[in-house]
Design a binder for this molecule. Structure first.
Ligand code: GDP
Length: 457
């Protein structure tokens, strides 16, 4: 077919211009695709807000809405109706919490947005990490109700941790929904108060002021979600954009389509017949049907039999795409979640000991040599030990404050050596931001985030 010839030409010539041209041809007319993760403390109203937004944009049909309405009435939890749009399983419904990173899409004037709905419950942070690892931008939802913002922000809530997490995972643009403003009569003072507190914190967390936008809204009433406000009390002081326009105004992320091919596997599942599929985000480069790929760290090669984006078959895919890949020439049991598919000519590194520059933000006991942790690298979760504290560093300048520190406490930055329980596929942050970041957790709590700076062995 024409399409196949096109792909062959673009692959055999193999230079940057061809990839860029091919990308333009394939995607030129399309809306820019943006992946957005929704974060915030449990009960901040994330599901309600996104559910309402999807309904308002006509992404949910009347029949489904009606069904949800009836079911929620029956259970006496009518306010959960919108949240159900995003929660698919019955178990989640009965518990009233969002467990998985559910997926939904909507369009703005210039963008196609795929939602990665993050769960707010404490136990579910690993899911959130895999959601955030795929995200280009984030929407932070905070509850403006008196006392509730404070619970989520000051007293062990997840507002801070989620924001730090997404920033460490490379998300730099943030929309902040100051939600449930209906509960405080659309008070400008309350809005300003919360905004001020968040501004100070978000700046410390590494967000640039110009990359953060605050939007007053109510997920329940639908105020200021997809249209200009109608609420008189809000109109009196707010003239800014609605949430949908804020999302539309995000800068489109760069797609490193000409770099070596890397895909981090977030799921492995059976396909039709004897074949099986892996899915995940194409971090860098491009991939075509027929390509040979290397699975790391197992170092086995495989062939790409098929490719799909959002369940639609494609001949090629590019950095930034969320894809399913049908593989042949390899056994399913030799591929796991957290593995990396890469270009056999230009593979990723495989290491069990490496150096990382970390920022510590949440330890109850200071980190010392021999500290046991769990490393999260994309979708990989692996036990590890901090084997050396090399230098303590200045948080922003990176200048050495102390050589061989005895311990590291909150808000410190350091160069450390980490030994993973078995080899993992990774990249230096300087080579590939996407695969050069790690999160460090202990006992279910994220204590630090880091950048891989050197492979030792
Ligand atoms: P999530 O845990 O962040 O996904 O929060 P949910 O969407 O499940 O909402 C938690 C609770 O807050 C539910 O009882 C909602 O009905 C309620 N809620 C959500 N959004 C609003 C809002 O804008 N205004 C008011 N008054 N209540 C809301």
């Amino acid at each position: 077919s024409d399409q196949n010839d096109e792909v062959k030409i673009f692959k055999t010539k193999d230079n940057k211009l061809d990839v860029a041209e091919h990308y333009k041809k394939e995607r030129g007319g399309a809306r820019e695709h943006l992946y957005m993760v929704v974060i915030g403390h449990v009960d901040a109203g994330k599901s309600t807000l996104m559910g309402h937004l999807l309904c308002a944009l006509g992404q949910v049909n009347q029949k489904t809405m009606h069904k949800y309405e009836q079911e929620s009435k029956k259970l006496g939890k009518q306010s959960f109706m919108y949240a159900w749009v995003l929660d698919e399983t019955g178990e989640e419904r009965n518990r009233g919490i969002t467990m998985d990173v559910g997926r939904s899409q909507f369009e703005t004037k210039t963008k196609l947005v795929t939602l990665l709905d993050a769960p707010g419950h404490k136990d579910f942070i690993p899911n959130m990490i895999s959601g955030a690892g795929q995200a280009d931008v984030a929407l932070l939802v905070v509850d403006a109700t008196r006392g509730e913002f404070e619970t989520g922000f000051d007293y062990g809530g997840q507002t801070r941790e989620h924001a730090l997490l997404v920033r460490s995972l490379g998300v730099s643009q943030l929309a902040v929904a100051i939600n449930k403003l209906d509960t405080v009569s659309w008070s400008q003072e309350r809005f300003n108060d919360i905004t001020q507190k968040l501004k100070v914190f978000l700046k410390q967390a590494g967000f640039k002021e110009n990359d953060v936008t605050f939007v007053p809204c109510s997920g329940l009433t639908g105020q200021n979600l997809v249209d200009k406000p109608t609420e008189i009390e809000l109109l009196q002081w707010y003239t800014g954009p609605c949430l949908l326009d804020v999302v539309d105004n995000f800068r489109s992320p760069e797609r490193p389509i000409s770099k070596p091919f890397r895909l981090s596997i977030s799921d492995v599942f059976k396909g039709t017949g004897s074949s099986f599929c892996v899915s995940g985000r194409l971090e860098t480069g491009n991939l075509c049907v027929g390509d040979r790929v290397l699975v790391c760290p197992s170092r086995e090669s495989a062939t790409v039999k098929g490719l799909a984006i959002e369940e639609v078959p494609h001949q090629s895919a590019f950095a930034g795409d969320q894809v399913s890949v049908t593989l042949s020439g390899i056994e399913m049991q030799n591929v796991s979640v957290g593995y990396i598919l890469c270009d056999p000519q230009n593979p990723v590194q495989i290491a069990s000991k490496f150096q990382a520059r970390i920022v510590v933000f949440n330890v109850s006991v200071p980190i010392t040599k021999g500290y046991s942790v769990v490393i999260h690298h994309q979708s990989l979760v692996e036990p590890a030990v901090i084997t050396k504290l090399i230098n303590q560093l200045h948080k922003s300048t990176g200048e050495i404050l102390k050589k061989h520190p005895r311990c590291l406490s909150n808000n410190s930055s350091a160069m450390v050596e980490i030994q993973v329980s078995r080899p993992i596929a990774l990249e230096l942050y300087s080579e590939c931001k996407e695969l050069g970041r790690i999160m460090i957790r202990v006992g279910g709590v994220t204590i630090a985030a880091g950048l891989i700076t050197k492979v030792i062995s």
